[in-house]
Design a protein around this ligand. Structure first.
Ligand code: ZN
Length: 540
């Protein structure tokens, strides 16, 4: 949405910076300025100043500064149009209508109705938890079994859905909602035969909020031994589970570093109670690329704190590459000997958990630790096999700097020499690629093509390293000759490279002019070379 300068100036003039920031931090007047402890960094003496005359703020501690828009953008993690909208709403400024057709307008209207309905339901469940006889056992579950304080129960607006199968339906009806409106809510199912039937009954209820703090769905945990133990609202017009993270509305304002990703909402609630307000969880689904892109809007680092059983470990291993793909670094918190963060904190306390966060393993290194279990690490053969697999995995890092950092980390962690690991990685590249016969794609179904791509990639990687690192060239050239490269382009480049490195340059040929290797951001190597007048340009 684009707003004109007139509109922006109107919003700016109606939102005094001292009033706006004063609602987030307690400002004290000091001379010409107002000051407070900085809301963007941790400090004990105030170095955050706000100037009413200039309508600007500045922190002498961490250097942040700007006007009322930048403050709201920074603090609330909003983009510029969103900040304009937020401040317009605060000051009662009417923004120009976005142009919508009738269908879009009614869809937007229905979403508003759904959010209101969910909010009404949350308030009702919370009331039943606290003020009905049936609610007592759910309260006991939250309070005694899970160890949640009243403050936490209120903060997360936890509730209880009664034992009657149409309790919520009748309540919503009494609040004026129609069958048609309830149909798409995920809260009630409407059938001709039975009328309205609640989705949740006799369950401890956990409201799920969107990033703006609006109730959009629920999780429900059965009371007693019924199955399934947990159910969530299925996707609706306002709830998309692959793009929603539980407690994101709180975590995004947390001053803690990164997010802690849990398996379930009960873990999240326990962590928040223990002070880890940056904990979030996906809802009845593994972490998706959609979650990763949501996370990336706020942080660049995630701590995975999944159950320490096999299923949890597998889930963590699956999440690591998804996060990496989105440019988020993933670390894994070890909770042994306990099963989950809830159990851990109950037994060892928040301070110990904090230590585990500090000691969290990098996701790749964690995956190697898990890999160890598959090999006999006590026998030389088992160990060799293990390092062969590690080398294969190291080859998946296309970025050279990243790959080198990991090779270094692995060498240190497993106390092997950097040189021998380098050799092994190079050897693995060879055996993964060049030692195998080239498979030409026969059909367009992509199966065989893919195999060739692997060979292609490892040849490319190997050649790039040999060009970029003298040390590697010396090692590798002892057992690989240019003829081992199956791609014409690589072979030619390799021939030139060998000639150059061994100083056997034929007269009239200058190898420097034959190739120029350039890495691009995608990790591709673009090779250009000229051969006796004919120009050839290949992109590998
Ligand atoms: Zn600051």
């Amino acid at each position: 949405m684009y707003y004109s300068d007139d509109v922006i100036n109107e919003v700016l003039s109606r939102n005094d910076i001292v009033d706006v920031i004063g609602s987030y931090a307690s400002l004290k007047k000091k001379g010409a300025n107002y000051e407070a402890c900085c809301p963007f960094h941790h400090e004990k003496t105030p170095s955050f100043k706000v100037n009413r005359e200039k309508q600007m703020y500045h922190c002498f501690g961490c250097g942040v500064g700007g006007n009322v828009f930048t403050f709201v953008m920074e603090y609330e993690n909003l983009n510029f149009p969103e900040a304009v909208e937020r401040l317009a709403e605060r000051a009662g400024v009417q923004l120009p209508e976005k142009s919508m057709n009738a269908q879009e307008r009614s869809r937007e209207q229905y979403k508003i109705t759904l959010r209101e309905m969910n909010k009404t339901a949350a308030a009702y469940f919370h009331y039943i938890l606290k003020h009905s006889q049936h609610g007592e056992k759910a309260y006991e579950y939250f309070h005694e079994t899970r160890g949640l304080s009243d403050e936490t129960i209120n903060k997360f607006a936890l509730g209880y859905s009664d034992i009657y199968r149409d309790d919520l339906y009748r309540y919503l009806k009494s609040k004026g909602y129609t069958d048609d409106q309830m149909k798409g809510s995920g809260l009630v199912e409407i059938s001709e035969k039975e009328g309205g039937v609640d989705k949740f009954w006799n369950r401890a209820m956990i409201p799920i909020l969107d990033i703006n703090g609006k109730v959009i769905a629920f999780g429900g945990r059965v009371m007693g031994d019924g199955k399934p133990k947990y159910i969530n609202t299925s996707d609706t017009a306002v709830f998309d589970k692959s793009h929603t993270l539980f407690a994101m509305n709180i975590a995004r304002r947390s001053r803690r570093k990164g997010f802690i990703c849990c398996e379930g909402y009960m873990d999240v609630i326990s962590l928040h109670q223990a002070g880890f307000t940056n904990a979030v969880a996906s809802l009845g689904t593994a972490l998706t690329a959609g979650h990763a892109s949501l996370i990336k809007r706020y942080v660049k680092e995630v701590y995975l704190t999944y159950d320490s059983d096999d299923a949890g470990t597998r889930a963590a291993l699956r999440a690591v590459p998804i996060l990496r793909e989105a440019g988020i670094s993933a670390k894994v918190i070890r909770m042994d000997p306990y099963k989950d963060p809830d159990e851990f904190i109950k037994n060892l306390g928040a301070e110990e958990y904090e230590k585990r966060i500090q000691a969290a393993r990098n996701g790749f290194m964690f995956s190697l630790e898990m890999l160890e279990r598959e090999f006999d690490m006590n026998s030389p053969e088992g160990k060799t096999e293990f390092f062969r697999e590690v080398s294969r995995r190291l080859l998946t890092f296309e970025d050279e700097l990243e790959r080198n950092n990991y090779i270094e980390a692995v060498a240190t962690a497993y106390r092997i020499s950097r040189d021998s690991l380098d050799k092994m990685v190079a050897k693995t590249a060879v055996s993964a690629g060049m030692a195998r016969p080239v498979v030409r794609p026969k059909r367009a179904d992509g199966v065989e093509k893919k195999k060739e791509d692997g060979i292609h990639l490892s040849q490319k990687a190997l050649l790039t390293w040999m060009i970029e690192e003298e040390r590697l060239f010396d090692q590798i050239s002892n057992y690989i000759s240019p003829g081992d490269f199956t791609e014409d382009l690589y072979r030619t480049v390799a021939e030139l490279l060998y000639e150059q490195k061994r100083g056997r340059t034929e007269s009239g040929k200058d190898p420097e002019s034959f190739y120029r290797g350039r890495r691009t951001s995608g990790g591709c190597l673009t090779v250009q070379y000229k051969d006796q007048g004919t120009a050839y340009k290949g992109r590998a």
